[in-house]
Ligand binder design. Structure first.
Ligand code: CMC
Length: 428
């Protein structure tokens, strides 16, 4: 008869333990019952990089990497990208359901009333060196917001939490746009709240008093779709950071600043930038066979291909490919497009990539779109951080309301010296 338990025999002692299985998972804490001597600490599992450890129960994002499925609150990403808007998706992630028309209007209004920055924050951004990286400014500004809104410390108060969420989603595009304008030495454009979320971002970045200035709807729509695709991706490095830091009950600005720092790393939010650098190195379609040979010899990687979770086409990559062509139609496109298309075609037919289940991921085309929109490469991670803020905040709320969660505190396997006595410096 089948039973929902796991039986473990410890061959050191011959003792057998029966552990309950729930959701195909055992509780790591149950392993502590496994001991040789009564005063032992008990068995732990060793899992560097959390390769096989679920750190939370979540109802936000579902991924099936083998089948190439990504869903937010049960809705397939393809349907959301086609029919929804970024702010509606942010609402879905945060509140768990799609909003009614009235609720969506209320939500958009609340966000749009929190787009202006406190003057101290504007001065802080201006104080950065002329060539400061936009992510450095964004990370610092998020942490600085904690000093401007001290009531945010009351993380147990739902009304106070909600207010910080409006502020963060409202202000993060403004901070990112100001960071960009600072770097290019141009005056800041205050937000225009009559524009939608992404049109306002493009306006704040681009506007230079042109009398006939208008954000092309197709471009703001393309950016909005990219924002939907990047809004959440369950327990990745930056989201796990948000939860870990937030578990100390610090305010959401400090936790978000930490999450954005994690995203800044080249192994996480920097891959789309790496794709552009790779395509520049390849240089021409004629050089592709030689480049693919080098990839197969392990001398370099085909950036924008492969994924830890997706062993099938990344569902976001399919949508992004379509958006890319729409953007290229109304812009000068990217000089690297021809190389990218040919690289993808060759790789998808090559046994090396087929056997290893290496398909294009979200970053293969996102960098090309950003380039066509004339964003500088250093700005790419900010374009990831802005929409991911809604995912980070949803996961933060879920963590705070989860009675099983405590302050995050992993264990270690200590392999250092046994106790030894201090040696005076002249005797070493
Ligand atoms: N080009 C060439 N070979 C590759 C690649 C690649 N992009 N990715 C994996 N492989 C090979 C790898 O050499 C290994 O081959 P072998 O079995 O012969 O040693 C095999 O495929 C398995 O690779 P792995 O490194 O064990 O796979 P992983 O799951 O640890 O790595 C990855 C996932 C995303 C780090 C990796 O595929 C990679 O480095 N891709 C390029 C960088 C990239 O595009 N990153 C963006 C990821 S999407 C962003 C997001 O979702 O946040």
């Amino acid at each position: 008869m089948s039973k929902n338990t796991l039986t473990i025999t410890d061959n050191r002692t011959g003792k057998t333990y029966e552990l309950p299985i729930e959701n195909d998972t055992i509780q790591a804490a149950d392993l502590r019952k496994i001991k040789v001597k009564e005063d032992d600490f008990g068995m732990m599992s060793y899992d560097p990089a959390y390769m096989n450890t679920a750190s939370c129960k979540s109802t936000i994002t579902y991924i099936d990497g083998d089948k190439g499925i990504l869903e937010y609150r049960g809705y397939p990403i393809e349907q959301l990208a086609e029919h929804s808007s970024y702010l509606e998706v942010a609402y879905l992630l945060l509140y768990g359901e799609l909003p009614s028309k009235d609720r969506l209007d209320w939500w958009v209004y609340r966000i749009s009333r929190h787009t202006f920055l406190h003057n101290s924050l504007v001065e802080l951004i201006q104080a950065f060196r002329y060539d400061a990286h936009p992510m450095g400014i964004l990370i610092s500004s998020l942490a600085a917001m904690s000093t401007l809104y001290p009531e945010a410390k009351k993380v147990e108060d739902p009304a106070i939490r909600e207010k910080q969420i409006w502020r963060i989603l409202g202000m993060i595009p403004t901070v990112a746009a100001f960071a960009y304008r600072h770097r290019i030495g141009r005056p800041f454009n205050n937000p225009d709240n009559s524009l939608n979320y992404t049109a306002n971002l493009l306006y704040m970045m681009d506007y230079m008093n042109q009398p006939d200035y208008e954000v092309k709807p197709i471009l703001s729509k393309a950016l909005d779709i990219l924002f939907i695709l990047h809004a959440d991706h369950e327990q990745n490095c930056s989201t796990a950071t948000m939860r870990n830091v937030g578990s100390s009950r610090v305010d959401p600005y400090c936790a978000l600043s930490a999450a954005a720092s994690a995203l800044y790393g080249p192994l996480h939010g920097g891959a789309n930038e790496a794709v552009i650098r790779m395509l520049n190195t390849v240089g021409s379609v004629a050089n592709i066979p030689n480049f693919i040979d080098r990839v197969k010899k392990g001398e370099t990687r085909l950036m924008g291909f492969g994924h830890r979770v997706y062993k099938n086409y990344d569902p976001r990559a399919k949508t992004i490919r379509k958006v890319a062509y729409e953007v290229f139609d109304v812009t000068e496109g990217s000089p690297l497009l021809e190389i990218a298309v040919e690289l993808e075609r060759i790789a998808l037919q090559d046994d090396y990539f087929i056997e290893r289940k290496l398909y294009p991921n979200v970053d293969f085309y996102s960098g090309l779109i950003y380039q066509a929109l004339r964003f500088p490469i250093e700005y790419f991670p900010s374009l990831f951080a802005i929409p991911r803020a809604s995912g980070w905040l949803s996961q933060w709320l879920e963590m705070l309301d989860d009675s099983e969660q405590k302050i995050a505190r992993p264990r270690q396997v200590y392999l250092g010296h046994q106790r030894r006595d201090y040696v005076p410096i002249n005797e070493r």
